[in-house]
Design a binder for this molecule. Sequence first.
Ligand code: TIU
Length: 221
Amino acid sequence: MTTCTIAALPGPFEFDTATTALVIIDMQRDFIEPGGFGAALGNDVTQLSNIVPTVQALLAWARGLGILVVHTRESHAPDLSDCPDAKRLRGEPNIRIGDPGPMGRILIRGEPGNAIIAELAPVAGEIVIDKPGKGAFYATRLGENLAERSITHLLFAGVTTEVCVQTSMREANDRGYACLLVTDATASYFPAFWQSTVDMLASQGGIIGWTAPFAAVRGAD
Ligand code: TIU
């Protein structure tokens, strides 16, 4: 066990490597590459691909310290039994969840588009969570998986900052985890939403948690 302190906002974030997990949210082709769910919603996906090198470096750092790594994928069963109409029929996307697209059926488990991008592919011993909601704890076994390993602290990265990352960090905070968002390892299709989320999570003395860039995480001692 190694105790580390990250220079973060609103103050120092202390953690032990043995009881901390890195949670990488939804770095899947559906959001990062053209032809997926993110593009179907009308978004510019290049806003997200910019963070891949930083998330890669963060992942290598965590693996090097023996920190547990969790990867999530927003995904639904092929029969859509876990996708309520309130989600599937929302808005006016070019193609809806479950429809065939250039990378297979949109946001469906096992389809090419649902895979985590090659640069961040999970390795043996890492946890992969398929989640039907925006939050990583809703309708998944993430809570049980973390409790089995006595995890108390979570570092968050991934996409998108104000949707699945923020929802998951808020769920985690309510469940008693100390949470830090790695600010340059997360991205939004909307830069203003990224900024607002980064600001609001650590406001009011850390109302949801802590924030720090990867350089501060890597410099933890
Ligand atoms: N659309 C959007 O910004 N995000 C999502 O739909 N899911 C995730 O954030 N993963």
